[in-house]
Design a protein around this ligand. Structure first.
Ligand SMILES: C[S@@+](CC[C@H](N)C(=O)[O-])C[C@H]1O[C@@H](n2cnc3c(N)ncnc32)[C@H](O)[C@@H]1O
Length: 226
């Protein structure tokens, strides 16, 4: 039987069943709610229209709506979006968006005052088109805040990444969900030094304003649309 390599959409369809658990008290993703809320309220205070690109189960979108923004969460995974239904309100909507080449967002120019993307851009290709599209749908002077892996604090991945492709071809996720980490290693392709993220932003019309997390496995980057 032919082997189907892992793909981003299938990977997150699977993870959608338990994604919210990562936002339970003390869980891995929970600090992001405070991080995104803090940086957005500091740099682009509410009210305003915000897109949460790659919103997953909508945990960050909901927090931003809770502090006064009008938020739309968009995601390529229909299962993730299905799980956001209970959160929707007058100021919080969710929508599945198709992945397309060239990369295209289904919004008019300058629709948003700010865009957030928590751990999404490492999966997106081509990244330069994504940065340009997010720039197109953001108001001039608007804000873009995102997290991406900080490779200086992921030294073990240098060894494990090359292994991931091999292990994925053994269909180990059929044995145990633990092996999904190796799918993540193969699919999370955009793993660059900070300077490269800054250069790509600049090329797409953004000015990088801050980069937090030098001592952590995650960069939290903010950029302003020019
Ligand atoms: C690691 S999860 C992060 C979810 C959410 N932002 C969070 O931090 O909880 C990455 C999400 O990005 C979505 N995604 C990946 N590529 C995408 C694309 N091209 N367009 C829209 N969503 C995408 C996935 O479906 C997944 O829900």
């Amino acid at each position: 039987m032919a082997f189907d390599p892992p793909n981003v959409q299938d990977h997150f369809e699977k993870l959608s069943r338990r994604w919210e658990r990562l936002y339970e008290p003390g869980a891995l993703q929970t600090p992001r709610i405070e991080q995104f809320t803090r940086i957005l309220t500091e740099k682009r205070p509410a009210p305003g229209n915000v897109m949460d690109f790659g919103c997953g189960t909508g945990d960050i979108s909901e927090a931003l709506a809770g502090v006064g923004y009008s938020v739309i969460g968009v995601d390529a995974s229909a299962s993730m979006i299905e799980r956001t239904n209970a959160r929707a309100s007058n100021t919080l909507r969710f929508q599945t968006i198709p992945t397309s080449k060239p990369f295209r967002l289904p919004f008019s120019p300058e629709t948003f005052d700010a865009v957030v993307a928590s751990s999404v851009l490492e999966y997106v290709s081509p990244l330069d088109e994504c940065f340009q599209e997010i720039h197109r749908v953001t108001q001039r002077g608007g804000l873009f805040v995102f997290t991406v892996p900080n490779m200086a604090h992921r030294t073990q991945e240098k060894i494990l990444r090359p292994l991931a492709k091999v292990l994925n071809r053994l269909s180990l996720t059929k044995v145990h969900p633990f092996f999904e980490w190796f799918e993540y290693m193969e699919l999370s392709i955009n793993r660059y030094p900070l300077e490269r993220w800054q250069a790509m932003l600049s090329k797409a019309g953004w000015t990088c304003e801050s980069a937090e997390g030098a001592d952590t496995p995650l960069w939290l980057i903010s950029a302003r649309s020019q």
